[in-house]
Design a protein around this ligand. Structure first.
Ligand SMILES: [Zn+2]
Length: 475
């Protein structure tokens, strides 16, 4: 059995970790609209399970400080953020051109409180990164985050702002290298694109590939320029089970940890890769999904756990509750405690549910070929790329309060917006785009697709991470 660097051979990892859990009690009230599969209520169900399993008292529970405009603009375009802040369900029809331009309307509807929702989930992820940067916890959790499809100036796949990119940018202030791992059933396209040309962030996405949203994530897409070999894509087919998944996950992640040696890890735990998901087609059990968390945790590197997809909401709550237990190093009872949403979990009323008997289309030869190809790509990397590391830029000023803090209004100063980093002060936004976002063709990902550079993320140490966009019609 492959194990992580510091994992205990006994299986259950006895070493306790300090865990910080971000949760806003309002988050469950946001509503994408009738019939929409994305239901923020699943975070409230998760929280309720955590409370009744007695897990909350083992971690610091933090209400996230809402991300502000300028926090979001560290990745997103100003006009896109302005649009998100001002659009309302009533006014949206007044500017159809903008809706179209920002891809807002159908998959990504305008709903009441949309901008507050974005601020909340992004605030949790950036807040988690800050806690990790300050050494205030070993693992930070934000189940409302992980919205990996959002682009610099475009909503996509139920995602509006990309909290993951923002959190990674924060982690890059402290760490030379950050690893991003994505176990959602969909390709982590927004995060990959943002860091496609940098060697400071490695992105590894395990996803269903072939006639499936968002259509990207070919095994041949490996990064570009300085980022070549720093994007990994693991394309999978329908019905993958726990054993097949771990046959790839563990050796690939072990090798990544060895050669990339990240200072921090972000794990997107999208639960639509679970068996029986309303939109998914994989066959993972909750234990199999949670095994990825357990394995990642075993490396003893600061870890940010985020949510993501997940559309059979009772299973999402089960999964993220189980994985919170994994983060804490606590085994929790399969028999579910009575709680407000107990009725959702019948007829079993258990934490774990059996996967189905669906066919696993991922044959062993197919899996072997993928494993060989990915490990081969990893062997081309130099160990721990050296990066000129300059003076650390200031933190994002995102104070946050314990959930039960008395006076919410006193916990932060409304003027304390995010500090603009030195690089951004020196280069006007437009000029920066011209400097760092050239129109370059990318032979690695082209394969007949039209591409354009769409701007850049300039990290605080001056390393460019120019997001490439692949104009690929949605599946
Ligand atoms: Zn997904």
């Amino acid at each position: 059995m492959e194990t992580g660097g510091n994992s205990l051979t006994s299986g259950a990892d006895a070493v306790k970790r300090k865990v910080c859990y971000f949760y806003d009690p309002e988050v469950g009230n946001y509503y994408y609209g009738q019939g929409h599969p994305m239901k923020p209520h699943r975070m409230r169900m998760t929280h309720c399970l955590l409370a009744h399993y007695g897990l909350l008292q083992h971690m610091q529970v933090v209400k996230p400080f809402p991300a502000k405009d300028r926090d979001l603009c560290r990745f997103h375009a100003d006009d896109y953020v302005d649009f998100l802040r001002t659009v309302t369900p009533e006014s949206q029809q007044d500017n159809l051109q903008q809706l179209k331009r920002f891809n807002v309307g159908e998959d990504c509807p305008v709903f009441d409180g949309l901008y507050n929702f974005c601020q909340t989930y992004a605030g949790g992820s950036v807040g988690g990164a800050l806690k990790l940067n300050h050494g205030l916890c070993d693992i930070a959790i934000n189940w409302s985050g992980g919205l990996h499809h959002a682009k610099k100036c475009e909503a996509s796949g139920f995602c509006y702002v990309n909290d993951i990119v923002l959190a990674i940018l924060e982690l890059l202030k402290m760490h030379q290298r950050v690893l991003y791992v994505d176990i959602d059933i969909h390709h982590g396209d927004g995060v990959e694109e943002a860091f496609y040309t940098t060697d400071r962030v490695m992105t590894v996405s395990f996803h269903k590939f072939g006639d499936y949203f968002p259509g990207t994530g070919d095994i041949l897409d490996i990064g570009y320029s300085k980022g070549k070999y720093y994007a990994l894509n693991v394309p999978l087919d329908d019905g993958i089970d726990d054993e097949s998944y771990q046959y790839l996950f563990k050796p690939i992640i072990s090798k990544v940890m060895e050669v990339f040696n990240p200072g921090a890890v972000v794990l997107q735990c999208g639960a639509d890769s679970l068996s029986g998901d309303r939109l998914g087609c994989f066959n993972l059990s909750i234990k199999g999904h949670g095994e990825c968390v357990k394995f990642m945790r075993s490396f003893n590197v600061p870890l940010l756990l985020l949510g993501g997809g997940g559309y059979t909401i009772r299973n999402v709550a089960r999964c993220w509750c189980y994985e919170t237990g994994v983060a804490l190093g606590m085994e929790i009872d399969n028999k579910m405690p009575q709680h407000e949403y107990y009725g959702y979990f019948g007829p079993e009323y258990t934490l774990h549910v059996s996967p189905s008997n669906m066919e696993n289309k991922n044959t062993r030869p197919l899996l072997e070929a993928i494993r060989t190809k990915i490990l081969d790509n990893l062997s081309k990397l130099p160990h721990s790329p050296s990066v000129q590391f300059q003076e650390r830029p200031p933190d994002t000023e995102l104070p946050e309060a314990d959930e039960d803090q008395d006076d919410a209004d006193e916990r932060w100063n409304s003027d304390s917006d995010m500090v603009i980093d030195e690089v951004r002060k020196l280069i006007p936004r437009r000029a920066r785009r011209e400097v760092t976002g050239p129109n370059m063709k990318n032979p690695e990902v082209q394969k007949g697709k039209v591409e354009q550079a769409r701007g850049s993320v300039t990290t605080e140490t001056g390393v460019d991470a120019s997001p490439m966009s692949i104009d690929d019609p949605k599946a």
